[in-house]
Design a protein around this ligand. Structure first.
Ligand code: 13P
Length: 255
């Protein structure tokens, strides 16, 4: 399995000027770089998706940061999976901790979105992870088990190959705090176990498991030391193409 390096640009790039500047730097950084079989995915705000798709080469895949579970109709302000697919998205982030926190997204809604994304032929990147309090009260295992099992309800075995899981401990996102490589591996082992129990080894092995939360070019080596790590979900540093591509280079050379 090749490595996956995903940039979540969040609510940034406020104007077309900023976007153009980003493209200029991104193209400069990626050109001529040997990234092996590393897949690069950028997830800009909805408003930029079409231009990202048209501007960046096929080497860079495009993803959205959210979607609604209904296909079309009277849902003011929402964007469906079919719309994302038709405008060139391959991936969609679902259940990010910032959506769970600011928009009260719960596990049931995450599941509806995952099912709808799969139906639209998108690859959902399902974000799971415990809060600081949950970590301190030894609930990490139970929280991520509950989040993942619910997220995958109704997903059939053959469709599992379109699923990506990202372990993003909430206490690490947007901070400078990172888990130890051991803590990340513990989460990864648990996630793989849940997948194997639910779908069988043959299917479960195809699911990339990413780590996300305060990754930069200095921390990435330690965080993803283990060749078992399938990739990274990068937040802030994806806004700096030089750093983002450096992270991808480190990952692609990690085994
Ligand atoms: P930071 O890398 O900024 O901590 O954000 C991680 C994240 O939320 C990726 O989805």
């Amino acid at each position: 399995m090749g490595k996956l390096v995903v940039g979540n640009l969040k609510m940034n790039l406020l104007s077309s000027d900023e976007r153009e500047k980003y493209f200029e730097l991104f193209k400069k950084e990626i050109s001529g770089k040997r990234l092996g079989d590393c897949e690069i995915v950028l997830c800009p705000p909805f408003i930029h998706l079409e231009v990202f798709k048209k501007t960046l080469s096929k080497r860079t895949k495009i993803g959205a940061q959210n979607m609604f579970w209904e296909g079309s109709g009277s849902y003011t302000g929402e964007i469906s999976g079919a719309m994302l697919k038709n405008f060139g998205c391959d991936y969609v982030i679902i259940g990010h901790s910032e959506r769970r926190k600011y928009f009260c997204e719960n596990n049931e809604e995450v599941n509806l979105k995952v099912q709808s994304a799969v139906k639209a032929d998108l690859k959902p990147i399902i974000c799971i992870g415990e809060t600081r309090i949950e970590k301190e009260t030894q609930q990490m295992l139970s929280v991520i088990t509950k989040q993942l099992k619910k997220a995958l309800e109704g997903v059939t075995r053959p469709k599992l190959e379109n699923i990506v899981v990202a372990y993003e401990p909430v206490w690490a996102v947007g901070t400078d705090i990172t888990p130890t490589a051991h803590e990340i591996m513990e989460a990864k082992v648990l996630i793989r176990k849940i997948l194997v129990e639910g779908f069988g080894k043959k299917y479960a092995e195809k699911v990339p498991i990413l780590y996300g939360g305060s990754v930069n070019s200095r921390t990435v080596k330690n965080l993803c030391n283990d060749p078992e790590m399938d990739g990274i979900l990068v937040g802030r540093e994806s806004l700096v193409p030089h750093e983002f591509i450096k992270i991808a280079e480190i990952i692609s050379n990690s085994n």
